[in-house]
Design a protein around this ligand. Structure first.
Ligand code: FES
Ligand code: FES
Length: 140
């Protein structure tokens, strides 16, 4: 259990009722997977996005092995990026997350994990799409 008095109620809410927890098929070409770790503490976050034909994020799932703030940051970012295009989602700053969740300075790296995870998921998706285009060109 996390120590309630040290956390803002928004953190507690995301921690106790995490949104969009789970997995997407990482072999699906329309899914990008980001897996990142926090050097400061060793916590790990996996974030996956599914992108529809219009380039918008139509599904998003996370799994986080970490502290309450890391879980809350991942839960929050999944809600935030749903329906965004990739450029918008890539612009979310850890400081926005920390501000929204009222994280104290010592927990800033927890929200950094969420920023890194979404960027890494976007990169993975783009890499996969690039691969698809190359294969199509090679086949033509
Ligand atoms: Fe890893 Fe926070 S130090 S749970
Ligand atoms: Fe390490 Fe929160 S204490 S991610």
């Amino acid at each position: 259990a996390i120590k309630r008095r040290f956390y803002h109620e928004k953190v507690i809410d995301h921690y106790e009722n995490p949104r969009n927890m789970g997995s997407l098929d990482k072999n699906d070409p329309t899914v990008g997977t980001g897996l990142v770790g926090a050097p400061a503490c060793g916590d790990v976050m996996r974030l996956q996005i599914k992108v529809d034909e219009s380039g918008k994020i139509s599904d998003v799932k996370f799994k986080t092995f970490g502290c309450g703030s890391a879980i809350a940051s991942s839960s929050y970012i999944t809600e935030r990026v749903m329906g965004m295009n990739l450029d918008e989602a890539g612009k979310i700053k850890n400081t926005d997350i920390a501000k929204e969740l009222c994280l104290p300075p010592v927990k800033l790296h927890c929200s950094m994990l969420a920023e890194d995870a979404i960027k890494s998921a976007i990169n993975d998706y783009r890499k996969k799409q690039g691969g698809t285009i190359l294969n199509a060109a090679a086949a033509a």
